[in-house]
Write a protein that binds this ligand. Structure first.
Ligand code: ZN
Length: 485
């Protein structure tokens, strides 16, 4: 039977019945509907062609092999009023103008304002260059890869928006102290702590392993793993964004493209959550916390023998196992207040003094074979800074995701800065994403600057010594505002 066989009165009754079904059944007509919390996630491939430069070390080999693809991983959250986008790029560090352009286009296409979009690099040391500016803030034309990255970020966020669905959100906090080590050490032998400029430092980055001169690390580690998880209303995992303060793992053969342990974590947590081959696909994300002075090397013991990628999988599996353990206890909620603040901060650019300029010129005047690669690199960096503008404008960002506060700092930030933000934040749980909204090198605290060492050297550290406290103060102001909303 079809409706054409029915008499007109019966047909009218069926139409009215169907219309009534479309009206909201709960509450009176005057009562506004409660806002629905939604989440969507997506990733976009950003693997470059073979033959590109692999950056992250003093040597720059050409890419000869793709071990695992590089991605932009995107999470979009919507509380019914405010929409946030979090974007992680499988890259070492990205110039601010690349992220700015992606944000500009996203605002045009999706109406999400820049203060509600956080973009960051995970800091793999096995990928192509997306940070090419010689001066802090001095940008030229985009390279082909930078333009490609902009396009893929914009694609990824739009796909995440397409995947938005009613969702629940929760957070958890675990620990993995065994894989984080402070890499700046006090040593008993001053000869082991001389800078390329010939100055006497008080600490050394990456001292010789199991060496008799090791005294103690110059700073703390942050063993915490924080995560935010979103799932569909029937319990299907949508995405999980974790944060751990470990620089990277490495153990990747030269010329390989890899997302390091960040990519391996994303795969492993997907497997543990039973979220393989889902529709839409689950997106695992591991952001880089405050790891400017933290690495995966236990300096007290000799180097263990490892196969390529073995340590990457060991660490990724450990971090994912801890997240999965805590995941069982997460209290998922139907709503989370979202918010964001973005501030423009003007920082001084460090400049070489006359003696340093003279040293650099002397180094570069010598035949290349006579000077080691580190000294030559710092001589170039010293002269570059001489020609740079005196100031640079950087973004400092804070997001609120329910109980959680997320700080975005465009530097390789030290663990003690992250620990302070966690301890003094007004929100119940707080973490920092480094290399966010740009990349301007290391951000030692003023006390660590006093000690010297690699991260503080002119050219590694490019902004004024008092930059760290200025950034932290800004973040506390932003968190206070967000917590009061
Ligand atoms: Zn690094």
């Amino acid at each position: 039977m079809n409706s054409m066989d029915l008499n007109p009165v019966v047909r009218l009754g069926m139409v009215l019945g169907a219309l009534l079904c479309l009206l909201p059944m709960a509450g009176s007509a005057a009562e506004p509907e409660a806002p629905v919390f939604r989440a969507g996630a997506a990733r976009a491939n950003i693997t470059p062609p073979l033959g590109c430069d692999i950056v992250g070390n003093f040597e720059v080999p050409k890419a000869t092999y793709v071990h695992d693809d590089l991605h932009v991983r995107c999470l979009v959250l919507d509380d019914g009023t405010t929409r946030l986008a979090l974007v992680l790029c499988d890259n070492l560090g990205v110039d601010q103008n690349v992220f700015d352009e992606a944000k500009r286009r996203l605002q045009e296409l999706t109406s999400i304002p820049p203060e509600h979009i956080l973009m960051a690099a995970i800091h793999t040391h096995s990928g192509p260059a997306a940070r090419v500016s010689k001066c802090p803030g001095g940008y030229g034309e985009f390279t082909a890869y930078q333009q490609f990255m902009v396009d893929r970020i914009v694609d990824g966020v739009q796909c995440a928006i397409t995947n938005l669905e009613p969702a629940q959100i929760g957070w958890g906090r675990g620990e993995e102290p065994s894989q984080v080590n402070n890499r700046r050490w006090h040593l008993s032998d001053p000869a082991l702590m001389v800078s390329p400029f010939g100055a006497q430092d008080q600490v050394r980055m990456n001292p010789p392993r199991a060496h008799a001169a090791l005294v103690e690390p110059a700073g703390p580690t942050d063993p915490e793993i924080v995560f935010i998880a979103v799932r569909s209303v029937d319990g299907r995992p949508i995405a999980l964004l974790a944060n751990y303060s470990l620089h990277y793992v490495g153990g990747v053969p030269g010329g390989h493209i890899s997302a390091d342990y960040f990519g391996a974590f994303a795969d492993r947590i997907q497997q543990l959550l039973g979220a393989d081959r889902q529709e839409p696909p689950f997106v695992g994300m591991l952001s880089n916390g405050t790891s400017g002075d933290i690495n995966n090397i236990n300096f007290r013991v000799p180097t263990p023998k490892r196969e390529p990628y073995e340590q990457i999988h060991r660490v990724a599996n450990m971090v994912a196992a801890e997240v999965f353990r805590v995941y069982q206890t997460v209290e998922f909620k139907d709503q989370a207040k979202l918010g964001g603040r973005l501030a423009r901060l003007t920082l001084g650019v460090r400049k070489p003094d006359e003696a340093q300029v003279q040293w650099a010129n002397e180094i570069l005047a010598k035949p290349e074979a006579e000077v080691d690669i580190v000294k030559r690199s710092y001589a170039h960096r010293t002269l570059n800074l001489l020609d740079c503008p005196d100031h640079v404008d950087v973004w400092v960002q804070a997001l609120r995701i329910g109980d959680a506060g997320v700080a975005g700092i465009p530097f390789e930030t030290f663990a003690e800065t992250g620990l302070r933000l966690k301890a003094e934040s007004p929100l119940p749980v707080t973490f920092t994403i480094s290399q966010a909204n740009g990349g301007f090198g290391y951000l030692p605290t003023p006390a660590q600057h006093e000690l010297g060492g690699y991260e503080t050297w002119l050219g590694t550290s490019k902004v004024a010594v008092e930059s760290e406290p200025a950034i932290v103060d800004t973040l506390f102001r932003q968190f206070a505002e967000l917590a009061a909303e």
